[in-house]
Ligand binder design. Structure first.
Ligand code: NAD
Length: 405
């Protein structure tokens, strides 16, 4: 994933005429914190916080608890965060954190101890004006609430602006849960409007790979706002289901909320994840994980649009092949930026000691994303490049400009 992200940056930067020193400036990580967390039971875990760029503002990015996390992946995700905040033009930089742990093997008090110790080690390097972490895969508002509490105890900070993604009663923002999925809907609709793809605006079919938090909110908000957009398939890690006539996203979400697998949902049309890739739909939504579309499976895709709601689901090595087949990739740093935009809004609310209604948050989210989508669409037209290349171009230029300021 790191190679893929860095390749994308190099390709765009060379096209923009940047010299090798400037390219290295963009790729360079500002600080790497790599450490071990030891629990009272003596179990040890590798942990990271990689701060990629603060050129445009304090570092921003989630903390992931995952057994297969490693330093390279955290660096790739930190780099993507810098590009994402720049692409949607919020005044923040990019970072990412992670602990190499399978949380299923921890009880609640061990999970709390791990979360608090992570903050204890990092406290000198994070904070409302330095680096504002958030939840990511396998971390949630409860974990973030422990982290904020630990940070406040250590530093005396009372703003709660040291982390975002907190619970609503602890300074979290309305609309954060749904923000990434909602953002995906806004970006897709705006692009269809801009490209005058009117057929799709009237009716389109979509399939969701990774019907979790992001995927299910995308499906629910899309179905609610645009009844002619029809979800015909959805999968999770177990596989999933296909219904030509359309699936009810709210019922599937309820099923998942009860902790059940999609493969066990009552349907005669079970599918695997590779079946989903080859479906003849207008839009395929990747909302599971990075690096899932590669040389071996890219040829299966039939959809006209691929919406990257996960981070880095398509390897840079296959983007050319997709483009040659007329498949339009809507890039992650735009498509899934809804989450970081509402995180930014949460941070502002905390600093100003305010709590905004969900309608206000959603309106601001939409405003940011419509402007960003228009910027990137127009840039792609002007430079005759893909949307991904245009998004990277816009982001790289903004970061470079800030570094030179
Ligand atoms: P989640 O854990 O709630 O959902 C992930 C879903 O993907 C689960 O249903 C899981 O079963 C499924 N999945 C895992 N492996 C799969 C596979 N190989 N094939 C099909 N499905 C698979 O996580 P989430 O919060 O919805 O995040 C999804 C992705 O979006 C992640 O890549 C995350 O980094 C990215 N993302 C999330 C946010 C956010 O606000 N949550 C913001 C930006 C990006």
């Amino acid at each position: 994933m790191l190679t893929s992200v860095q390749n994308n940056i190099r390709i765009t930067a060379k096209r923009l005429g940047l010299n090798s020193r400037q390219i290295e400036e963009i790729l360079k990580v500002e600080a790497t914190h790599s450490f071990k967390i030891t629990l009272d039971n003596k179990k040890q875990y590798n942990a990271y916080r990689i701060q990629h760029s603060s050129a445009r503002g304090p570092y921003k990015g989630g903390i992931r608890f995952h057994p297969e996390i490693n330093e390279d992946e955290v660096q790739a995700l930190a780099t993507l965060m810098s590009l994402k905040t720049a692409a949607v033009n919020i005044p923040l930089g990019g970072a990412k954190g992670g602990v190499e742990v399978d949380t299923r093997n921890l009880n609640m008090s061990e999970l709390e101890e791990l979360s608090r110790k992570y903050v204890r080690i990092l406290a000198p390097f994070i904070g409302p004006k330095k680096d504002i972490p958030a939840p990511d895969v396998n971390t949630n508002p409860k974990i973030i609430d422990w982290m904020v509490d630990e940070y406040s105890r250590l530093t005396g900070d009372t703003t709660k602006a040291s982390f975002t993604g907190k619970s609503l009663t602890n300074g979290g923002s309305e609309g954060r849960d749904a923000a990434t999925g909602r953002g995906g809907v806004i970006v897709l609709k705006t692009l269809l409007d801009l490209s005058h793809d009117l057929n799709y605006n009237k009716a389109l079919t979509f399939a969701v790979q990774g019907f979790g938090n992001v995927g299910s909110y995308f499906a629910e908000i899309a179905s609610k706002n645009y009844p002619n957009w029809k979800m015909v398939a959805a999968t999770d890690s177990s596989g999933g289901i296909y219904e030509k006539g359309g699936l009810k996203s709210s019922e599937l979400s309820e099923w998942k909320r009860r902790g059940k697998k999609l493969l066990d949902y009552d349907s005669n049309n079970k599918i695997s994840n590779s079946d989903l890739f080859g479906l003849d739909v207008d839009v395929i939504v990747f909302a599971a994980m990075g690096g899932i579309l590669n040389e071996d499976n890219q040829h299966i895709i039939k959809a006209k649009y691929v919406l990257e709601l996960a981070n880095g689901p398509i390897l840079s090595s296959v983007e050319g092949a997709l483009k040659n087949r007329g498949i339009i990739v809507i890039p992650d740093i735009l498509a899934n930026a809804g989450g970081v935009i509402v995180s930014y809004l949460e941070w502002i609310q905390n600093l100003q000691n305010e709590h905004w209604d969900e309608d206000i948050v959603n309106k601001k989210l939409k405003d940011y994303l419509v402007v960003a989508t228009k910027d990137i669409y127009r840039r792609a037209k002007k430079d005759r490049t893909s949307l991904k290349d245009a998004a990277f171009a816009v982001a790289i230029e903004r970061i470079l400009k800030a570094k030179q300021a």
